[in-house]
Design a binder for this molecule. Structure first.
Ligand code: GDP
Ligand code: MG
Length: 163
């Protein structure tokens, strides 16, 4: 069985950009699976000879209690339940937000293996862009640029190393 890597994070941090980079140039999918909402996309990725399934979630709005955003948060939590490993993406340009802290808390309680990733780090010093995210209590943050492809291969090697 391929391990399942689930991408989570608040809207606009770059989940879909990373998903597209991980899955592009594979024939398949980015097809929606039957019975799931359009907000969860599945695709195939590979690092070296290790294939994996990657899931893009539509967004994580845990503070909203009703309506579509609540439904999206529920979908995201279901995806986390099915994950072998979670990649939690934050935005190095916006910096740490209250929403990031709420998500971090949910992820810690999920008992899943979580890698914290600081995106949009192109042109920034790795040490300073990651510094404020240590307080999320999810280990050493990894700086990447999903849009420029920087640090992405190293990230996936790390993420898949224990699986
Ligand atoms: P999602 O809502 O988490 O899926 O985020 P998207 O992938 O849709 O990206 C949100 C915005 O951030 C878009 O305008 C992207 O072009 C931009 N973005 C994504 N990755 C990067 C990055 O590595 N660097 C910069 N500067 N912008 C990025
Ligand atoms: Mg998206």
């Amino acid at each position: 069985m391929k391990p399942t890597v689930v991408l989570v994070g608040r809207p606009n941090v770059g989940k879909s950009t990373l998903f597209n980079r991980l899955t592009r140039s594979r024939d398949a999918i980015v097809a929606d699976m039957p019975g799931l909402t359009r907000d969860r996309h599945y695709g195939h990725g590979r690092v070296g000879d290790k294939p994996y399934l990657v899931v893009d979630t539509g967004g994580f709005e845990p503070v909203v209690k009703e309506g579509i955003l609540h439904e999206m948060a529920k979908q995201t939590l279901q995806a986390v339940d099915e994950a072998d490993v979670v990649v939690f993406i934050v935005d190095g340009r916006t910096g740490l937000t209250a929403q990031d802290k709420v998500i971090a808390d949910k992820l810690r309680r999920s008992g899943r293996s979580v890698h914290l990733v600081v995106n949009k780090a192109e042109g920034m010093n790795r040490g300073s862009v990651t510094a404020e995210f240590h307080e999320l209590g999810l280990g050493e943050p990894v700086a990447i640029s999903a849009s420029h492809g920087e640090g992405v291969r190293e990230l996936m090697e790390l993420v898949l190393a224990d699986l």
